[in-house]
Design a protein around this ligand. Structure first.
Ligand SMILES: Nc1ncnc2c1ncn2[C@@H]1O[C@H](COP(=O)(O)OP(=O)(O)O)[C@@H](O)[C@H]1O
Ligand SMILES: [Mg+2]
Length: 438
């Protein structure tokens, strides 16, 4: 695959860190934590002009500043560093964890605030999140991402393996979102290997992702509809996968993000179906997404791979609130259940789609299960999932029109929802509030 990862930015490892801390004991423990987090220390310094000169010379990716009482000097240093290197995230660490101290740190330019003792895992998380946000900020400034408003919700459906039901979830979610909310929906078939969204919807596309990628430099938001095929029965649009294996070649990860973002400027919901991998390409999709659903089947091997995917998402700095885990019982009704999966992956299982022969039939005939109505358990579950994610039409009555309900930030993690379809009360849309990164 010809997707090239941006140099250096991609991984938390090998990131260059500077520490400004005048207390030598505290500095030594911070250095240890930085080493355990496998980051490169490129400089250590006290406060004041010395810190700023060293930062300008060393050009770190991230700067840690210790702030203890009396706080004036360290805060001045943070402020000076933020002015000198406005694109470099500053993270404060301190033994004070009260709201006022944190607030003060933020006012003086910090992107994050860690309370001592600072653990290496927290350092990696904080850096991942800070760099992600910085990257988005820079892309926005360069006009590559749309502003906070005027952007639909992007939902990536990912998973560590093939054959676990990602495309079943993507297509049914798209159709159900369309039916439940009446909003515009597009599916981007971003399976770089074998995309089968078009087949699952019984479409024979004339245009594919390959055509879009060829013209990517010239494409703007007014053109994105030229590359889709409409599913007549529902009005869901599909950017179909190409049969050519090199369809995405030459597309940088920034291009991928930009193309997805263009669709999000035109459609209320953009569903991105991906290949069974957690690679740089899928990462790019996840990073532009409002929410990602990580699907697993109940196979031991799939669950184990999902646990590895959780660790990878953490390493990438994807905020846990942007990810939900879906157990698709798939073709194995004897597999691992939701509680066991939650335990194995260390995350809540947000939704369970039951095993259902009707899914297999629906794939065979190219008609999404949620369209076929009837009593199929999986259809009810998938419809409920769409409601939970997008809300139901009419549910927006209480919402102001200037800010549609799916454009706000994710709520705090609630109790696990088990989407068996029995319970359709009290569903709050999940995508209602999404912090699009600052
Ligand atoms: N809930 C389910 N119940 C029964 N069969 C399922 C279910 N989900 C998926 N399948 C079967 O698994 C196959 C693979 O699903 P698919 O969505 O294509 O996987 P992926 O996109 O992850 O490769 C489908 O063709 C379908 O027959
Ligand atoms: Mg698939």
């Amino acid at each position: 695959m010809g997707v090239s990862e941006r140099k250096g930015r991609g991984l938390v490892a090998n990131l260059r860190v500077l520490i400004a801390d005048e207390d030598l004991d505290s500095r030594v423990s911070m250095k240890r934590a930085v080493a355990r987090a496998e980051l490169d220390l490129v400089g250590e310094t006290g406060y004041g002009t010395e810190a700023v000169s060293l930062a300008l010379e060393a050009r770190p990716d991230v700067i840690f500043v210790a702030v203890e009482e009396p706080a004036a000097r360290p805060l001045d240093t943070a402020d000076g560093l933020a002015n000198a290197l406005p694109d470099t995230p500053i993270i404060i660490y301190s033994s004070a964890g009260d709201a006022e101290s944190v607030r003060r740190g933020m006012i003086f330019g910090a992107r994050d605030y860690l309370v001592k003792p600072v653990e290496s895992s927290r350092i990696r998380d904080a850096i991942g999140v800070a760099l992600n946000q910085e990257e988005r900020r820079q892309m926005r400034r360069a006009g590559q991402l749309s502003a906070v408003h005027g952007r639909g919700s992007v939902i990536t459906v990912a998973g560590a393996k093939g054959g676990i039901g990602k495309s079943v979830v993507s297509t049914n979610l798209a159709v159900a979102l369309r039916q439940e909310t009446g909003r515009s929906v597009v599916i981007i078939d971003a399976d770089t290997q074998f995309g089968d969204v078009a087949t699952m919807l019984d479409l024979l596309p004339d245009v594919t992702v390959g055509d879009l990628v060829k013209q990517r430099g010239d494409v703007d938001r007014s053109m994105v509809r030229q590359f889709v095929t409409t599913h007549a029965a529902t009005g869901v649009d599909v950017l179909a996968a190409s049969e050519e294996e090199d369809a995405w070649d030459g597309c940088s990860l920034d291009d991928v993000k930009r193309l997805i973002d263009l669709y999000a400027q035109v459609y209320d919901f953009v569903i991105v179906d991906t290949a069974g991998a957690m690679d740089a390409f899928v990462r790019a999709c996840i990073e532009t997404s409002t929410l990602s659903l990580v699907v697993s089947s109940g196979d031991v091997s799939a669950v184990r791979d999902t646990a590895a995917a959780v660790r990878r998402l953490d390493k990438w700095g994807v905020h846990p609130d942007r990810v939900r885990f879906v157990l698709n019982a798939g073709s194995h009704d004897q597999g691992i259940n939701a509680d066991e999966m939650a335990e194995a992956i260390g995350r809540e299982v947000f939704w369970t789609v039951p095993h259902d022969r009707a899914v297999i039939d629906s794939v065979q005939v190219g008609q999404p299960l949620v369209l076929r109505g009837g009593k199929a358990k999986a259809a009810q579950s998938l419809t409920m999932l769409a409601r939970r994610i997008g809300g139901k039409s009419g549910a927006s009555d209480t919402q102001s029109t200037s800010e549609p309900f799916w454009r706000r930030v994710l709520p705090a993690r609630g109790p696990a929802m088990r989407g068996t379809g029995d319970d359709d009360t009290g569903l709050e849309p999940v995508v209602e509030t999404v912090d699009r990164g600052r």
